[in-house]
Write a protein that binds this ligand. Sequence first.
Ligand SMILES: [Ca+2]
Ligand SMILES: [Ca+2]
Length: 489
Amino acid sequence: MRLINLILLLVTFLLLPGTALANPQEQFILHQINVGNFDIWQHTDGRWQDTDHDGPVDPYGLKNKEVTETYTYHESQYSRQFIPTRVEIEYFFTLTDEELTQAGRSESWSYFYDRYLRKTPKSYSVEKTGEDLTQGKVTVQKTFDMMPKSLNLKDPTVRAELGMDDQNFSNLAQGWRWYTPVLITWYGVPKAEMNLMASSIDPGIPSDEAEPGERYTATVKFKYFGNVPVDNVPIAAYNGEYRATLKKSGQPITTDNFAPGDIKTYTFDWTAPGSGETVLKGVIDTPPLENKYQETTEEDNIVQTTVLVRQPPPSPGSGSLTSQAVSQDGTITRPTGTAKWTDRVTATLRPERPTPPRGSLDWWRVTNASLTYPKKNYNFSFGTPYGPSGTRTISMNASGHTANATFEEDWAMDGARIYSMIERRMMAEHPKNYTITADYAITYQYSYYVWRGSGEDRHKVKRTRTGTNTGGASGQLLVNGTGVDSRAQ
Ligand SMILES: [Ca+2]
Ligand SMILES: [Ca+2]
């Protein structure tokens, strides 16, 4: 045993300088101790048991017994702090009491040594046969001869010490145990503590709401916590679906360098949509940008704010615009003037009957009409249902005195009460009215009489003329919830 210790010591000394040079930041992480044991049993009829269930029986005196085991690096407090770079295996080892405690054992070193290391089988050796450092796994093969007779499992004293029941072994002729302890030592490098953060965004509007179509200058701040400078960090700002031009001191910029502790300020110009709301975002080093640096967290790399656009007063309409919704699958008809998210909504326009400049109206019909309704916010999702941003316009089918169009209510689920994990607030709390508008053109024909001739010849002549009118109508659509529980975002 002394010779083996000496050889091990030499091998360790020979290895150390090389491995230390290979990775200068590498350091000891932790010791793990596996106190394995191997028991053998012989029945009174002379048969030996196959203790480890590998096929052949395990008799006393068998040489070169091989046992394979896998150990895992699982200590979570260490795995957060270190990345394993190396794992070493020892099978005769010496630890101080303190090191033994840190390895999770409660006994003293002398007790541990007497109890386990002095009870190893003959020719005991352990060899590392495989490792997967990214998974924190190491596989070893233990080799030993099943002798000498040191720990007798038939001895009542030994059995009492091991907590074995006498009754269980009465039909067994002999039983022996050896301990096969392994010290697993993990080395690694500390994980780099660094974090980039989008810390604040100010839309730059003078009041609570933005004016429709108005241009503003927003301010966004990015911070860096870390030990070493980072270069060419991707940064950007977005107005809804549009990437804005980020500027530093008036110059466009898409990446920047940060020193530890830096807080940097940027600006970008953005234009408010015609109605609804928009989401302004500042993004640093995370999708949709390139994720160049792995950080302690990526969850703080986007900062965003919702800007409401002042609602223009509804234009006084001539005629009516009503809406009727049915559920997506067509089975439920909603009360007139209401809709739920994913419903199909049919809007019907009924322009006012035109008043001809003179005479009487012969006929009139709608020739052209278009419908305008809220446009889904680019950032809308089931989990974070931002309000609409701007509007969409579609043409209507004109027929006689009416026109209609069908569209999907895809922009709101007000009343569904969604707690957004992104905004960390309740959204879509209450049902809400949205204005939909229609513009139309109508053609009409009218007739009137004029007097012609003079005296006896004076007579009425009918004149027929056509005219066109344009106008608009608006109506309210109350959104009160969602027609489905969830859907692909
Ligand atoms: Ca990152
Ligand atoms: Ca981060």
